[in-house]
Design a protein around this ligand. Sequence first.
Ligand code: GLY
Length: 313
Amino acid sequence: MTETPDWSPDWSLVIHGGAGSIERHRLTAAQDSGARAGLAHALDTGSAILSDGGSAVDAVEAAVRVLEEDPHFNAGRGAAFARDGSIELDAAIMDGHTRAAGSVAGITATRSPVGLARRVMEASPHVLLSGAGAEIFAREQGLAAAEPGWFATDERRRQLDELLARNADAFDVDMKYGTVGAVARDRAGHLAAATSTGGVTGKRWGRIGDSPLIGAGTHADDRSSAVSCTGSGEFFIRIGVGHEIAARIRLAGDTPQVAADTVMAEVQALGGTGGVIVTGPAGEALWSFTTPGMYRARATAAGLREVAIYGDE
Ligand code: GLY
């Protein structure tokens, strides 16, 4: 549970780089400082857009693109390996003003999955494209393909090898890294959310998590909230976390923090773990997580700027 500051109805931005067993003794100094630098870069990139009067959609896409390029995080370069050694990426983006949404699943060759999700939202009549069809659409849209091997890193390969050596399943792994995401409120009062992920290490190929499912891992509605999730996606899908938080705010009158904490308690009660970031119509910028840590950062027009990893920060 997080203490809630007073908010002002101006721009605000929250980002995450995943939740899990993230404790001081588990991270090297280089991992700690590298992750903080990556979060700060993404936060500053999105904040610059919002403080210049840019849109929430532009800010969340830009922040997530930075995290996709950073191998510290499980999205784009540095994504988790599936059990067969492949890398399949999922991403989504939603505009809370129009409730337009775009998402992609099972991406293997497009450098920015969140950039492709945005093209699905804006240049196709569809919401979710997957696999080969999504890649063809990406090339038609002129989006950059990834160099062969671009997404793979030695650290993620080591994590898969460790899991296979233990003959463990994807949810038996000591998950340190997850999805990345961003949520924002812009100066015009519009909300947006974006999420991008490699999923969970050792997943079955073809498995799709919560991130690209609108209403589960990603959701935005100007009337209530913008939400991006990280964690054991199957549980977030079963609860419909993004939409459930929105519904609690809009229909039950919860504050965004109460809604986020209540829905994360439901995830935990079913056996899931993870976290959410949320922005609200009044400029709220908050998170809630059930894990020892969550890579996270937030900034507001009022001067709040925070980068944190561990639960006690
Ligand atoms: N939350 C990311 C996933 O389960 O794929």
